[in-house]
Ligand binder design. Structure first.
Ligand SMILES: C[S@@+](CC[C@H](N)C(=O)[O-])C[C@H]1O[C@@H](n2cnc3c(N)ncnc32)[C@H](O)[C@@H]1O
Length: 271
C-alpha cells in the first residue's frame, strides 16, 4: 500500500513514541513495527483498525483513500479572519528583497484566507494564490474585491497541482508541514523549476523538537514535522539561502497556550 509505511512512521513520531512503545501499545513486537516502517510487511486489517483508533485517524486515511481536506475548511467558515489581520513579517521581506519595480509574478501556496495575497497585490505584484480550502478562498476573493485589486485565487491541492508558468516569488507560510516527507523533494523541486532566475522562495515550516509538545490543533495524520535544517538542505546548487532562522515561539491558536519551533528561509535562484 503506497505511503502506508511513511504514514505509520510519521504518526508514531508525532505521538513521540519509540517503535518499542508503539509495539507495546498494540501488543506486537518492536520488529513488526520496524518492518512496517521499512515497507517490508503491512499490518492486517484488524491491526490497522486498532492503529486508527489509537492515533485518532481513519483507516481510510491510513490506506490513502480519504478525500483530502483540512480542518481549515470549517474554521474559515466562521466569521472574521481565523488568522487575524496581521500580515506575516516574511511578506515585508519580499517587498524589501524583490520590490515590484517591474511586473513580478508571485505565487502564494496555501494562501488560507488570502490576506498576504491581497497585501502583495495592493503593493503591485501580479498575484496567483491557491489553497485546498474553498471557504478561505471565498474570503480572499471578497478581500481582493474590497481592496480593488486583482488576485487569481483558485482551489488546488499542492501535492497534485502542476505549475504551468514561471514565478518570480513563491511564498508559502505555515503550509509545508502538510507535505508528507516522501513528497518534499518532488514538490520543492517542481517549485524551483518554475521560478525565474533572480526569483525568491520565501518559506517556513514546523520542525520537531523533543522538548516541545505537539500543538493541540495539530492535524495528526495530515501534518508532518520537518527535521531541523531539512528545509534548507533542499536549497543548494543554483540556489543561495539569503536568510534563515529557527525560532521557538509561543502560540495560543485553539485557545491553548503552547510552543512551536519553525524553520524560516528566504532563498534566491542564482542561475
Ligand atoms: C496554517 S494555514 C496557513 C495559511 C496561510 N498560509 C497563512 O500563513 O496564514 C495552512 C493552510 O494550508 C492549506 N493546505 C493544507 N494542505 C494543503 C494542500 N495539500 N494543498 C493546498 N493547501 C493546503 C490549508 O487549507 C490552510 O489554509
Amino acid at each position: 500500500m503506497k505511503g502506508l509505511s511513511s504514514r505509520l512512521a510519521a504518526l508514531r513520531r508525532e505521538h513521540k513514541l519509540t517503535q518499542k512503545a508503539m509495539a507495546e501499545a498494540l501488543g506486537l513486537s518492536r520488529q513488526t513495527v520496524s518492518n512496517w516502517e521499512k515497507g517490508e510487511i503491512e499490518p492486517n486489517i484488524g491491526v490497522l483498525t486498532k492503529i486508527a483508533a489509537c492515533f485518532g485517524v481513519s483507516t481510510d486515511y491510513l490506506l490513502g483513500h480519504e478525500t483530502y481536506t483540512t480542518h481549515y475548511e470549517e474554521k474559515y467558515r466562521q466569521e472574521g479572519f481565523y488568522w487575524g489581520e496581521t500580515i506575516n513579517a516574511l511578506a515585508f521581506e519580499v517587498l524589501k528583497r524583490l520590490p515590484p519595480v517591474k511586473p513580478l509574478r508571485l505565487l502564494d501556496v496555501g494562501c488560507g484566507e488570502g490576506q498576504a495575497a491581497v497585501f502583495f497585490a495592493r503593493n503591485g505584484y501580479h498575484v496567483t494564490a491557491f489553497d485546498i480550502a474553498a471557504s478561505g478562498l471565498e474570503k480572499g476573493r471578497a478581500l481582493a474585491q474590497a481592496a480593488g485589486v486583482p488576485v487569481d485565487f483558485f482551489q488546488a491541492d499542492l501535492l497534485r497541482h502542476a505549475l504551468a508558468e514561471e514565478f518570480d516569488v513563491i511564498y508559502s507560510t505555515d503550509v509545508l508541514e502538510y507535505v508528507p516527507p516522501e513528497h518534499r523533494r518532488r514538490v520543492l523541486g517542481h517549485w524551483q523549476a518554475h521560478t525565474a532566475v533572480g526569483g525568491l522562495h520565501v518559506l517556513d515550516t514546523f520542525v520537531e523538537k523533543s522538548f516541545i509538545a505537539t500543538a493541540p490543533d495539530w492535524e495528526h495524520g495530515k501534518e508532518f514535522f520537518w527535521q531541523t535544517g531539512e528545509l534548507f538542505s533542499h536549497y543548494a546548487g543554483d540556489w543561495k539561502i539569503e536568510w534563515m532562522e529557527e525560532p521557538v515561539f509561543a502560540c495560543d491558536s485553539a485557545g491553548v497556550p503552547h510552543q512551536h519551533c519553525m524553520d524560516r528561509m528566504i532563498a534566491r535562484r542564482m542561475a
